[in-house]
Design a protein around this ligand. Structure first.
Ligand SMILES: [Zn+2]
Length: 255
């Protein structure tokens, strides 16, 4: 599929069967409906990522950056994605949140780093974000939206890469509407899959997977107060996640 594929070409291609929409994801074994590949998505996300780094102060704290990069690299290797060009950025903000954009751009807020009690808990979040990448969740959401007719104008412009009018919409569809100051949630199914893939990567990288359960328990406890962490507003149902993740790591024999 060419990068400059227009809406009309896309629809014609789908009708003729010349656009391959269903592909098997080697990381999950699932068949997915995808109209874009990882490279195309990475191109689309690049301007939103540049915006994010302009709009939110980036922390140069050497200790924090070294910690994030260290954990990030170990998780990337465990996910067999060490050859991808990852970029790990600490945002100097008290928000308890983190996100990943296509192309391996990871934004990690200082508030979330401070919340983690150890590298295992940091690895749990990094594993989760990496799970969104290997699960191709942004591509799946984007493809669904194109197919549903939503954001078609944005899709056309995005694929042409010459017009930045729709970059907010594009960023939102990709899973990180950073220019709105919000990070849109993936579906519950994608969130739970990212948790499980994340636990696999933690285990392979030598981290204690019980700390992923601990992290979500602590998040759930924070949720009862008036100050709800941002990560929860974009990653719903902490109690469900704790239960599913706990069952998963036991079934896998990780603990
Ligand atoms: Zn997520």
């Amino acid at each position: 599929m060419d990068i400059t594929l227009s809406r009309r070409q896309l629809i014609a291609g789908l009708a003729a069967g010349s656009v391959t929409a269903c592909v098997t994801n080697p990381d999950t074994g699932e068949s997915q409906f995808l109209l874009v590949n990882d490279g195309q998505l990475a191109k689309m996300a690049s301007s939103a990522w540049v915006d994010a780094k302009k709009q939110t102060p980036v922390s140069r704290d050497p200790k924090m950056n070294a910690r994030l990069n260290g954990v990030g690299n170990k998780i990337a290797r465990a996910a067999n994605r060490q050859n991808q060009s990852w970029e790990y950025v600490v945002f100097d903000s008290d928000q308890k949140n983190a996100f990943v954009m296509p192309g391996g751009k990871v934004g990690f807020y200082k508030g979330m780093m401070d919340f983690t009690q150890n590298d295992d808990q940091l690895a749990a979040i990094m594993g989760h974000e990496t799970g969104h990448v290997t699960g191709r969740h942004a591509a799946a959401r984007y493809s669904t939206q194109i197919a549903a007719g939503a954001g078609l104008a944005a899709a056309n412009v995005a694929l042409s890469q010459t017009d930045t009018r729709y970059r907010n919409e594009i960023a939102a569809v990709l899973g990180a509407g950073v220019t709105f100051g919000v990070i849109l949630p993936f579906s519950r199914k994608h969130e739970l899959q990212a948790d499980k893939l994340g636990a696999d990567y933690m285990y392979r990288a030598g981290y204690d997977t019980r700390q992923s359960v601990r992290l979500w328990e602590r998040m759930a406890a924070e949720n009862t107060g008036s100050r709800k962490p941002e990560f929860l507003s974009t990653h719903p149902n902490p109690e469900t996640r704790v239960r599913e993740l706990d069952a998963y790591i036991r079934a896998k024999g990780y603990v």
